[in-house]
Design a protein. Structure first.
Ligand SMILES: *[C@@H]1O[C@H](CO)[C@@H](O)[C@H](O)[C@H]1NC(C)=O
Ligand SMILES: *[C@@H]1O[C@H](CO)[C@@H](O)[C@H](O)[C@H]1NC(C)=O
Length: 184
């Protein structure tokens, strides 16, 4: 009898809590509605640009914020220019803002956590977010595009990175990016 009463009590409390939760979510914290669009990702954009990672000189665009350069754990904060062509003087189309860190003890693999923020034409103000593994010595590295903003809202896709130029003395690099994005 006692255990019956206890479980009845729990049962009742459960429904009181559940109904409170439902009342709260219904129209306040969240709402749901049918997706009336045929597809949510109905556009595909292909972006092509060059990423300038400047670690040397008076105005580096990548600075070490933890660890020792080129060793396991080294972490850099970046604000790298993105240009239309490979020359640094080429037209600026955006900036890569974020971080990369050496996450491998064996090879030069980086964890990239980067937002590509664009300023070119209709893309001005829009961004895509990339989180991925970048084994820098591989010819082509693929990283997932996990989301976006503005034109790229609900983005999914991938970025292909290919080193265009690496100066072993200065450590500066130019990387060619092809980014394929499906979005709203
Ligand atoms: C991008 O938008 C910002 C703010 O709206 C504006 O100041 C800037 O001139 C625009 N840049 C380009 C290249 O259109
Ligand atoms: C590489 O960097 C060094 C040091 O900054 C510089 O003197 C040299 O001209 C650069 N080489 C190329 C090919 O850009």
């Amino acid at each position: 009898m006692a255990s019956f009463l206890t479980s009845t009590y729990h049962f009742t409390m459960f429904f009181i809590l559940l109904s409170t939760f439902l009342a709260f979510t219904d129209g306040k914290f969240s709402e749901q509605y049918p997706n009336t669009k045929a597809t949510i990702h109905d556009k595909i954009s292909h972006l092509h640009f060059y990423f300038h990672d400047i670690v040397s000189g008076k105005n580096p665009t990548a600075i070490l914020i933890a660890g020792q350069r080129n060793s396991f754990g080294s972490t850099a904060m970046i604000d790298d220019p993105l240009t239309e062509g490979p020359e640094p003087s080429s037209k600026l189309v955006g900036r890569a803002q974020g971080m990369y860190a050496m996450t491998s003890q064996q090879d030069g693999s980086l964890l990239m956590v980067v937002n590509f923020a664009f300023n070119e034409g209709k893309f001005n103000g829009s961004s895509v977010s990339v989180i991925g593994r970048n084994p820098v010595l591989d010819a082509v590295r693929e990283m997932p595009v996990v989301g976006g903003s503005g034109i790229f809202r609900l983005a999914r896709g991938y970025a292909l990175a290919k080193t265009y130029q690496y100066n072993i003395t200065s450590g500066d690099a130019v990387v060619e990016y092809n980014v394929f994005i499906t979005h709203d």
